[in-house]
Design a protein around this ligand. Structure first.
Ligand code: NAG
Ligand code: NAG
Ligand code: NAG
Ligand code: NAG
Ligand code: NAG
Length: 226
């Protein structure tokens, strides 16, 4: 337990450091005070993936009735999976870790004409390398790391919590390039976190013809409800 918390603290310190570094030339927080909260946008998280893959639903479930949209972020990150060791080719790759930086989308949400125009620009962020995104005027407002196979989410000035996967769907298009859409929850369903509109992040279903390490980069929308 002690080791787990030491790691947890180290991870938080690391993510704060990386983000502080990323925004060192931009102090955006004053500007962002004038931006209306995303809860006033009237937008709601897209839930429907590829229906033909899973006719029983093909859709993530909506957040609890009493939940309020707290944050919409653009996530830029990567997944590491392993096909090493004694992996049989028919087996699925094993999750190793993810690392994602979260950029506050509130200013974009306020500036864009509608929700679809926001979804449409997400894939463009995949073409930016990290340095360009870090130098952009988007504020890095948190991160996602991995501890004991769970995602540790830090939203600066808001909360730090762990989530586990609750459900997922195949993306509505590009299933051989885009990763799964997911709905994760913290203990007691306090936080409900949706990773949707994935661009990149595909993980092969089996280890056949794969390298020992699979590294997959992605950009997506993250919607946080509490
Ligand atoms: C939602 O909030 C209301 C008022 O606080 C409460 O009465 C109700 O039980 C809540 N519903 C759920 C599903 O949590
Ligand atoms: C994840 O992949 C990146 C890029 O290949 C590598 O630098 C990093 O060490 C990997 N992490 C783990 C835990 O394997
Ligand atoms: C980002 O900023 C750093 C430090 O100011 C600079 O060295 C780097 O070239 C910039 N990168 C891009 C892609 O503009
Ligand atoms: C949805 O999944 C089905 C079954 O895997 C596939 O044939 C179809 O191409 C997918 N649709 C899209 C838009 O990718
Ligand atoms: C395996 O790694 C090599 C070297 O990094 C890379 O060129 C190749 O595309 C990888 N193979 C797969 C299936 O990802």
């Amino acid at each position: 337990m002690a080791t787990k918390w030491a790691l947890f603290i180290a991870l938080i310190q690391l993510t704060v450091l990386l983000c502080v570094n990323a925004v060192r030339d931009f102090d955006r927080r004053n500007d962002l005070r004038a931006v209306p909260p995303v809860s006033e946008s009237g937008w709601s998280v897209p839930l429907v993936g590829n229906v033909s893959c899973d006719p029983s639903s093909g859709s993530l479930s909506r957040p609890g009735v009493n939940k309020t949209l707290q944050v919409i972020a653009i996530g830029r990150g990567n997944f590491n999976y392993s096909c090493g060791g004694d992996h049989a080719p028919a087996n699925a790759p094993t999750f190793v870790e993810q690392y994602t930086q979260l950029y506050d989308a509130a200013a974009l949400v306020a500036a864009l004409p509608n929700e679809n125009s926001f979804h449409a620009i997400i894939p463009d962020f995949l073409d930016f390398d990290y340095e360009m995104l870090a130098n952009s005027s988007l504020e890095c407002m948190g991160s996602i790391g991995t501890l004991d196979n769970l995602a540790v989410i830090t939203l600066f000035d808001i909360d730090t919590f762990m989530v586990s996967p609750y459900e997922w769907v195949y993306p509505p298009s590009n299933p051989d390039f885009d990763g799964l859409w997911s709905h994760s929850v913290s203990e007691g369903f306090e936080w409900e976190v949706y990773r949707v509109e994935m661009a990149g992040g595909y993980i092969p279903r089996t280890c056949a013809d794969q390298n020992a390490t699979i590294f997959s980069e992605y950009v997506s929308e993250y919607w946080f409800y509490r």
